[in-house]
Design a protein around this ligand. Structure first.
Ligand code: APR
Length: 232
């Protein structure tokens, strides 16, 4: 029998137990920094050094972090399912835990790109990008990140994945940022859905959704137990 399609839609909460801060929780990144200072094209135009420094710090922390139990459990689910991960996270912890099929909606911190040609993307193996580090066309390298106010180029691909889900798990996201948060609208009504997050949500309008109110590692364990009762 062919494997069912399991889609994981993750946000910053899945990496919280790895020591990476979320954005909107108390003590989150957007309390410490203003979005308009560090995460918009206007910020980059006004003060690229400040923006570059912000992402250098993010990259350093990501390189120092390790995948946690939640990333690891997700990776093992490929034995049972045709699993695809749609993540809003810019870290590479899903990949380092062993997941293969990861779509990054908001870019990747371990990549940089030309600021004049968005197709000129390169991988990094160090945390620091210096002002003056240039692409082959001579422009300053910018983080390969989707900033507020920019298009989300992978959104169409994410929708195609969501539309084919038999099971759909939302984990560790406040569902505040669009278009990403709208992905639930594309998941079939009939698909079984879980939300794994310690926060409060009002998602009564979503059919077949169970809320596992727990942190990511604990929540993934409970999810695995609940899978035993699902006829696959
Ligand atoms: N395990 C699981 N979930 C957690 C944990 C944890 N240990 N700790 C916090 N959370 C949950 C919070 O309850 C919240 O619902 O993670 C969510 C984090 O929400 P946000 O900080 O808003 O992060 P996210 O939803 O990923 O943000 C979306 O916003 O700033 C942008 O581009 C950035 O991709 C990001 C996007």
């Amino acid at each position: 029998m062919s494997k069912k399609n399991l889609v994981i839609f993750s946000g910053a909460g899945v990496s919280a137990e790895s020591g990476l801060k979320t954005f909107r929780d108390a003590g989150g990144l957007w309390e410490e920094f203003k979005i308009e200072d560090v995460a918009t094209p206007e910020a980059w135009a006004k003060d690229p050094a400040l923006v570059n420094n912000f992402y250098n710090l993010r990259r350093k922390q990501v390189m120092e972090a390790l995948p946690n139990e939640a990333h690891k459990i997700i990776a093992t689910l490929s034995n049972t399912f045709n699993i695809k991960i749609i993540t809003q996270n810019i870290d590479d912890l899903h990949e380092r835990a062993g997941s293969k099929d990861v779509l990054h909606l908001h870019g990747e911190i371990m990549k940089v790109r030309s600021s004049v040609d968005e197709k000129l993307i390169s991988k990094l193996n160090k945390w620091e990008v210096k002002m003056g580090d240039r692409c082959e066309k001579g422009s300053q390298l910018r983080p390969h990140i989707v900033w507020f106010g920019e298009m989300v180029p992978e959104m169409d691909n994410a929708i195609l994945i969501a539309e084919k889900a038999d099971l759909f798990v939302v984990i560790g996201t406040s569902l505040n940022v669009y278009p990403a948060a709208g992905i639930l609208n594309y998941v079939p009504q009939t698909a079984l859905k879980w939300l794994i997050d310690p926060g409060e949500f009002n998602l009564d309008y979503v059919a077949n959704l169970k809320h596992i109110k727990a942190v990511a590692s604990e929540g993934m364990k409970i999810f695995k137990e609940q899978l035993q009762a699902v006829k696959l």
